[in-house]
Design a protein around this ligand. Sequence first.
Ligand SMILES: Nc1ncnc2c1ncn2[C@@H]1O[C@H](COP(=O)(O)OP(=O)(O)OP(=O)(O)O)[C@@H](O)[C@H]1O
Ligand SMILES: [Mg+2]
Length: 325
Amino acid sequence: MGAGSRPPQAFGGIPEIMETLQEQGYIADRDVALSIHLSVALHKPLLIEGAAGVGKTEIAKVMARAVATDLIRLQCYEGLDVHTALYEWNYQRQMLRIKLEETTGRPVEEKEHLIFSEPFMLKRPLLQAITADQAPVLLIDEVDRADEEFEAFLLEVLSDFQVSIPEIGTIRARHIPYVVLTSNRTRDLSDALRRRCLYLWIDYPTFEKELAIIHRKVPEINDRLARQIGAFMQLVRRVNLDKVPGIAETLDWSAALLALHRDHLDPTAVEETLGCLCKDQEDLTRVRARYLGPILERIDAIGQSGDGWNSDRIAQLAAQLPKGR
Ligand SMILES: Nc1ncnc2c1ncn2[C@@H]1O[C@H](COP(=O)(O)OP(=O)(O)OP(=O)(O)O)[C@@H](O)[C@H]1O
Ligand SMILES: [Mg+2]
């Protein structure tokens, strides 16, 4: 196979990328667009780290939609091995072929060669990405969950975009995939992998960004409720929780409140739906007992004061919340 290539300028410059992300429903600041731009321009994988539910995986999905290409996803987990990631032989098909070949009188070497050829392979995500007809987005999701040996193998693939298969030989990428890796930092990734990638850190969103995301993803919601939800999320993230809720929780919660026909936050509405944002029993108890009242009081204070809803005002109020556990 020939040397890898990609259509030039598929993504355009930074302003075009920002516009495309926006069109695809992803609210992004310039940092994200810049990272995508550099990753595409320099042919380097983009490693995205951040807490759970802050929009890491979504970037790869949006990139694939933006240039109308396939998203090939390799979900990592402990014990993930090379075969599951790369290829397996299709034993059933091989067996069937051997049966059919029984009467043909072909030399054994030829039969062997036949059943160990590409049509008898089950391509797994990495090989699919390397052999795709159009440069796909290859999402290596939650790479921190895979073992270190697997990480070393990934490094090889990501540096050459080629794989050696003993029975077939070397398969080189026709089109170099756009690679996105995500990590929740459950373990530290190796320096070698980091060096190979460009790095993007995604933090919890500001109030303004989160509000824009709520409006974009749950457009039926009224502005007052959206602001209250946004402010609640900002405040609840500042208290001491074991599982800090991300944007995924914000959106679930918004949808739940909408489904219950709530048009503003009050203690009952929050009580009923707290399970959408606190996914840990101790956090639930803690928020109910200690923080729910104070947070709602502060949200009401913003609503009544006419000071305006913004990050600075919310940060001031957050500083007044009860401390410790
Ligand atoms: N900037 C954003 N604009 C629009 N939607 C967003 C944004 N960030 C996150 N979301 C939405 O929040 C949800 C969670 O995003 P995503 O799954 O990408 O998070 P993640 O960081 O990969 O989480 P995890 O660590 O749990 O895998 C998705 O529904 C996504 O659409
Ligand atoms: Mg994810």
